[in-house]
Each structure stands twice: as C-alpha cells, then as structure tokens.
Ligand binder design. Structure first.
Ligand SMILES: Nc1nc2c(ncn2[C@@H]2O[C@H](COP(=O)(O)OP(=O)(O)OP(=O)(O)O)[C@@H](O)[C@H]2O)c(=O)[nH]1
Ligand SMILES: [Mg+2]
Length: 278
C-alpha cells in the first residue's frame, strides 16, 4: 500500500504559503507529538528554507512524556527552538510564547536601534492537516477565532489572528506533499488522521496499530482490549477485540469494519492511553 493523497486545494495552499512566507518573521511548525518525524513535510521545509523556525510538538497530552522529551532533545540537536504543547488545555503555551519572543528579539533590537516603531512579531503557523494549528491559535487568542475540526483539511484560506499586542499569527491550511514514500510513514499519518480516509484502508491501519501496541504497550491489549493470549496472528487478535466489545453482525460474526473504526477512534481520542508511534 502506498499513501497518495494530495487534494487539489493543497496546490493552492502551497502557493499561498510560499507567497506569505515573505511577510513573516518566523514560522511555528506544529507536529503531532505522537509521530513528529512522520509529520515533517519535506516540501514545506524546503520552502521555509533558512527562515527562523520553532518546532512545537502539539497534542502532548496524547504522547508519553519520556518520548516527547526525547523528540524535543533531537529537534534541539538539529538547531531548532522546540517546545511541547497541549492546545486543548493550553499546557506549554507560555514556553511557546517565550520562544517566539526569543526568536523575535534580534528584529526587535534592530528596529529599536534604527529608531523605528516596534511592530508585532509576525508568525506563520504551518503543519500537515489535523495537527491542531487552528486549535493552537484559538487557545492563544483566548477565544474561538479559527475553525477547527476532527477531520483533516478544515482550514482552507489563510487567516490572520492578533493574539496579543506583540504577536500576530497567520493560520494556514494543513499541507501534505504529493507522495509519501514509506508505507510505515503513511500508516502513521493514517492513524493520526492526517491523510484523508479515502487514502487508506482502516483494516490496514488497525493491524498496524495492533503491531505498535504489541511492541510498545501490550498492557493496553490485555487491560483495555481484554485480550489474554497475544501470541496469535494479528487478524485473529482484531476479531477477538471485536467479539469482546460486542461488535457483531447478524448471525454472530464479528463486524470487522466497525471493530477497526472504533479501535482507530479510540486511539485518536487517547482512550487507549498515551501512545507514541515513534
Ligand atoms: N488531545 C488534543 N487534541 C487536540 C489538540 N490540538 C488539537 N486537537 C484536536 O485535533 C483536531 C484538529 O484540530 P484543528 O485545530 O482543526 O487542526 P488543524 O491543524 O487546524 O487542521 P487543518 O485546518 O485541517 O489543517 C480537533 O479535533 C482538535 O480538537 C491537543 O493539543 N490535544
Ligand atoms: Mg486548521
């Protein structure tokens, strides 16, 4: 299976981002804390080039803290300013704002030195679909200004939001790149609801999730999904999950489609606990 998902509106979004990059002082790139590397869009990073970039691991509430700490260290090792945040509660937001102030300091000092008016920092928020760009802005703005949604592709046009006197943000639509080469990366993006549901089979994504759970969190399979013997083919495990949860079709067979759908939703909502995919 290869994931191939690049809807037409993204061509437009890419062009808009490219043009607007000239107008901003820095970029805040949101990554899903559960799989930050798979969320990195090579095309987007190329477009951003040397422009100051802050990496934010959003949805930190859904990832194990130790993994998030490891990812932050790696990003800092690459030379990025980096922080983690939960845009639903606002945890971590102060640190993100602090990093923005740090990144803007040289521009600010330069304006001051030249006796110019100090203008707000202009910050563009970018990232693949559904990582929480609009939610992040809504939290910082303290009110609902940008439309959010549980499906990828909610934000279409660009939007400017004045969060405080000293920062202006530009929300942008989630941007994918035309072809995801690795099957594993595609499956991670599918699990995180970043690629549209037409691009993959929920059955394949569910089997991949089972593999991750077996490797990283077998207790979830035992305790939350009530499986006793894990030493069976994944297809059987999936059926067993459906049977235990009572997802059955008429006649008593397991409703595999429903089992997969519920399993994926449970993972996405954090009902299986904090789980990192990388
Ligand atoms: N648990 C959790 N959920 C979040 C967080 N941030 C956003 N979400 C949820 O993730 C979903 C997507 O959020 P959006 O803010 O619409 O994402 P977006 O990046 O703007 O998406 P597009 O505009 O489609 O590119 C929504 O259901 C949010 O409630 C977070 O930090 N933690
Ligand atoms: Mg959005």
């Amino acid at each position: 299976m290869s994931i191939n998902w690049f809807p037409g509106h993204m061509v437009k979004a890419r062009k808009e981002i490219q043009e607007n990059l000239k107008l901003v002082d820095m970029v805040v790139m949101l990554l899903d804390a559960r799989a930050p590397y798979s969320c990195r869009n090579p095309q987007l990073e190329k477009m951003i080039g040397p422009k100051k970039t802050i990496m934010v691991l959003n949805k930190m509430d859904l990832a194990p803290t130790a993994d998030t700490r490891r990812h932050l260290e790696q990003l800092r090792g690459e030379g990025y300013l980096a922080a983690a945040m939960d845009s639903t509660s606002g945890k971590g937001s102060r640190e993100v704002l602090q990093l923005i102030a740090t990144a803007f300091a040289p521009v600010r000092e330069d304006l001051q030195r030249r006796g110019r008016r100090i203008r707000p920092a202009r910050v563009m928020i970018v990232g693949v679909p559904n990582v929480g760009k609009s939610s992040f802005l809504n939290f910082l703005a303290g009110k609902k200004m940008a439309k959010t949604g549980a499906r990828p592709g909610v934000t279409r046009g660009k939007q400017w939001v004045r969060v405080r006197d000293d920062i202006e943000f530009m929300d942008t639509p989630g941007l994918m790149w035309p072809k995801i080469d690795s099957v594993e990366q595609g499956l991670k993006l599918a699990l995180l609801d970043i690629v549209g549901e037409k691009a993959y089979q929920e059955y394949d994504a569910s089997l991949y999730l089972l593999q991750v759970l077996k490797e990283k969190a077998p207790q979830v399979l035992h305790e939350k999904l009530k499986l006793d013997n894990l030493d069976r083919p994944d297809q059987e495990l999936l059926e067993d999950i459906g049977r235990k949860k009572g997802h059955l079709v008429k006649g008593g067979d397991v409703d595999v489609e429903k089992t997969c759908n519920v399993l994926l939703q449970d993972f996405r909502k954090g009902k299986l606990g904090r789980l990192s995919l990388e």
